[in-house]
Structures are given as C-alpha cells and as structure tokens.
Design a protein around this ligand. Sequence first.
Ligand code: ADP
Ligand code: MG
Length: 457
Amino acid sequence: MQHHELWQAVLGEIELQISKPNFLTWMKHSQLIEKKEESGVALVGLPNNFAKEWVKNRYHKIILGSLRNFDSSIKNVTYAVVHQNTAPIKEVVSASDKKHDDSPNTPLPLELKIDPKSNLNPKYDLSSFIVGSSNELAYAAIQAVIKDVGKKYNPLFVYGGVGLGKTHLLQAAGNEISHIYKRSVSVLYVTSEKFLNDVVSSIRNKRMEDMKKKYRDVDVLIIDDIQFIGGKATTEQEFFHTFNALYEHNKQIILSSDRAPSAIPTLEERLRSRFEGGMIVDIAYPDYEMRLAILKTKIQNQRVIMDEKTIEYIASKVQRNIRELEGVLNKVVFYTQYKDSLIDQKKLDEIINETTHVSSRNITAQEVIKSVADFFEVPVNDLINRSRKKEIVEPRQIAMYLLRDMLKLSYPHIGEKLGKRDHTTVIHACEKISKDIMQNSPLNQKIILIKERLFKT
Ligand code: ADP
Ligand code: MG
C-alpha cells in the first residue's frame, strides 16, 4: 500500500513533466514493485520489454529524481517486466465511476476500460466536474448539447488555458451521451494529434476511404486541442471536409482549444468562420471559492482528512491550473500519510513551488514591474516614481504584492523600488491584494494573467 501511494505521488509529478501522450503510453501502466531498504534500490515494473527499455532510456532521470523527492533514502532505480494480471494496479474508483459500471464485483483497472471504439475514458464524468463561475457557461453549453445532440450548438467550441478542465468536460460529455443514448448515437473522441496522425498515415497507406469512414460515420465527433491543426494544410483540409460532411447531416461536433478561434494565428479562414458559426464558450481561471470546492471534493473522494488551514492555503496559492491543484493535493496527502507526520509550512511551500514551477526561472523585480506596467498600459516610470495618479494606485499595489509573493522581497526593499513608499504602505498593499484576491475574481484574473505572461517570457 505504501508503495502504491508513493508511486501515485511520483506519477503525479511525472505527469507534469512529460507530454500527456507519452505519460499515457509509457508511465500509466508502471508500478513500484519494491524498495530494497539496505541498498536503497527501487524496482519499477513495466508491462513489457519494449516499455521497460524505453522508460529506462528516456525517463530514468525524471523517475529517480521524483522518487528521491519523496523518499531521500532511494539511491537508484532498476526496471523489470511485470505482467499486469499477476500484479494488478490498484486504482481508486470514485463513487461516480462506479455508477456506470455494470459489473461491480469485478472492477477492472480504469485504464483498461477506455472504450476502444469511442476512445472515451470513463474516469471523466459530469458528476465529478465541479461547476463555478469560471466554467458555468461551458458546462451549460455542454448540457444543452447533450440534451439536443447535433441540433442546438454546432459546433460547440470550448476554449481555456492548460489544466482548466477542457478534456474532462469534453470526455464527460461523450460519456454522458453514450450513456443516455446507448447505441443509437455513436461518439468518437480524438485529440487533434491523433486526427493528424490518422490523416498522415491514411495518405501514406493510400487508405483515405477508411479514414473518411471512421470520422464521417459518427454522430458525435469530439476533437480535443484543435489548435494543433492550425498551419497543417492537409490536415486542415481533411478536417474541413469532415466538418462539412458531419455538419450537413446534423451531426454534433465538439472542439476544444487553448485559445479562441480568432487567436489561432495559422488557422485557415474558412475553418475559423466555421468555428465561429457555432457556439463558443470559454473556461476561465477558477476563483478562490471554486478552488476550495475542488480541493474539498477531491479530499472527500479520497477519504482523507486535511486541516482547513492547509486546504485554504493551497487554494490561495495554486491559482492557474486545476491539474496543478490536484498535483499539490496528491503530494500533500502522500506526504502526510507516508511520512505519517503533519506537514510544515516550509514543506508545503516547497511542494507548491515545485508543482507550479514558480521557481523554475529567476524572474527579476524589473520584469515583474514591467509586466504589471505593460498589462495596465501605464508607464513603468509612473510605477517606480512617486506618481500619485489615480490609475497608478492599483497597478502599484499589484506590483508590490507580486514582488512580495513571487520574489519574497522585503517590505522596505519593495517600498524603495516602487515610489519610495514606506514599508507600512507596502504591507498594507500586500494585505489588501491578498484579501481582495479571495473575494474579487476580476482582480484574481488580472494577477494570474500577469503571472502567466511573466512565465511565458
Ligand atoms: P485541460 O484539458 O483543460 O488541460 P483537464 O481536463 O485535463 O484540463 O483537467 C486537468 C485536471 O483537473 C483533470 O484531472 C480534471 O479532472 C481536473 N479538473 C479540471 N476541471 C475540473 C472541475 N471543474 N472539477 C473537477 N475536476 C476538474
Ligand atoms: Mg486537455
């Protein structure tokens, strides 16, 4: 059990470091078999020799590093082939997952249940999707589509930043449609990467007809992360024809993207206007309340106990990404259970920082100030000089808050940098912003966007 938990925590960390397809292909079926106490060697099992070699050659460093993060007594890792039926992977099956399971006595590991025909993963369902102000529109649109497949919003285009629940929502919609309409409605879920691969290989193998059949015979086509088809002419063309064929027959199309159609620079104009002809909804960053709700629900589902202060602290710190929120939660749960100790502030901050990559790059005070100034379109000089213009007040307070929160500069130092203010003014500003973030979602969004830009540069 301990091994299983340690490995879940490690996987949670690795998932953030490698691409999703790679994670699903190579790491998803791995397990920690044993840890030799004397030598500190951990043995990791993979389902076949190919996977074993691949993982060993490509991910050894990440695996060792991550294991050592959680258990510093681990010195090395070796790999072995372990067939899954001899040592089945335990999966946590949530109450809502069980609902659709027609053979409750023999629950299979979830990854074995991905439906080969639809590509849908049953772990995503609507009942575990938490709805708040940042995603209620997207949720409502999905509900409408489920109710009126192909008729109401077509295509439905959902966009939003990384880790904000697009895949969850799209897959859950697919699952719900399959569940309600059973065999009368066929659903196909693919990532745009998969679609692209299919186009390329069907051209190479001269099997365009198969490809057409596969994509044009469905009633609901869901394509995740459609932004990746932008700029790939053949794929766009094929998608355009698929789109038209489905659309003309009132088949439902659901798409997701990390940005709005108008912001995908390489997207062909005719595709863009097709997308814009349907319903476009965005998923914004979750506000504090919602982050808290998500944490509490996940904690409840995992049947663990965590003190209120820690939960609130995590919710206040991890703002940009629900996947990271889950990652931090899993690590904290693991830490408190595996080490059997309460987590202290230092460790908590460490986990949050490494998961949210806050410390991945040395951001300077100048960069922070400049990005705030750019964001609000005010001159940098107004922020750093004594300007008392009204429109400077909020940007300057935000800059103070960010310098404190991200760079941990001292209050007097921050005061010195921004308008020669007294340190009590800085403390007041930092406290005010921290408090406002909790209640005021537009302010929160601004701060997240400023941080986002800082991390992207
Ligand atoms: P995206 O596709 O937008 O990058 P995902 O759908 O993969 O994001 O979501 C990342 C993680 O966060 C997933 O584990 C997902 O289940 C979880 N998640 C996202 N949004 C919600 C939500 N509203 N309620 C519960 N879990 C969520
Ligand atoms: Mg996704």
